[in-house]
Design a protein around this ligand. Sequence first.
Ligand code: PLP
Length: 392
Amino acid sequence: MRVNRNYANLEDNYLFATVSSKVAEFKEANPNKKLIYMGIGDVTRPLCEEVINELKSAVSDMANPETFMGYGPYQGYDFLRKSVAKYYADHGANIDLDEIFISDGAKSDCGNILDIFGNDQKVLIPDPVYPVYLDTNVMAGNKIIFANANEENGFLPLPDRNVDVDIIYICSPNNPTGAVYNRKQLKDWVDYANEKDAIILFDSAYEAFIVDKDLPRSIFEIEGAKTCAIEICSLSKTAGFTGTRCGFTIVPKDLKRDGSSINDMWLRRQTTNFNGVSYIIQRGAAAVFTEKGSQQIRESLDYYGKNADAIGKAMNEMGIWYTGGKNSPYIWLKCPNNMDSWKFFELLLNDIQVVGTPGSGFGKNGEGFFRLTAFGNYEDTIEGMNRLKSIF
Ligand code: PLP
């Protein structure tokens, strides 16, 4: 009997555990001090009314023999896939229904998608980035090459044509840096992937935070993407579905590699390993795309957007270099006075009781940087920024 030995190559990531234990220690020693949490990557606003109404109505359907629903279609119900297709069409990307696969969120598909690729792939992963890309590829035993994101390139690395790769991860708007690729930059990645016969895995989990109309919300807004990209998206941050679980993955029918249709392979993988997202949740998800639903989720997105603006404004006032804050719920700042990420974390916790996330936990290029999020409440965000301004 053998286990997957690649698991032994995983590095322990103590980032959030260390943050929690340092915060718990501080609270115990200082029970009367009010902490402001600006490290949260989870949403805090509840599901909108339209979603709740649809969820309730779908629960009632399950109580009646006439309306009860059992196993659903593998790729998701047509009513939801049609809403997703229209959502894409509204942003200038034409997607067919059979290119849309409803999922239980982006994280599962980020990992599962590797099932359909062979072993020993050369994988390009930005540094810093959402840690799931790295860990799932270590588990798969792939060869990892990092694309360096740094202050010089505004945390938006571009392709290096001297490097040959098979799989390319792009996360835009990015977690943790909040940086967003423009059309020209994404076109460069698409051209590179087509030249190298590689596949881009485009994570658009934060696309709904884009307010600048010139910025692409989907890779499929870029010409040539249908022959080289898969897009993984989620309602987690868009509509507060982190605990409800629903997302969608787009696999174009024009995407072929090694003589195989990637869409056919993904369908085969999903029909074998996945029995779909619950009817109730898909009904709730469809409500996100209705006129009323999209207005209601916009209110929460605007709420977070206002927090992000306030953080960005405070950074400008303090003269602190940062990315994100606009078109993203994340603000990625350069720690003042060349402090390292953990030193800055300790300073904020001990001196002003603001909790954020050390950038070094997202990759080696994150050292010296720090992530603040806009997912808290507005009053606390303002208070947090006032406290920061009192020391910088
Ligand atoms: N992709 C990125 C970049 C994320 O930051 C997250 C969650 O924080 C996810 C995917 C996971 O999203 P989901 O809740 O849909 O699994």
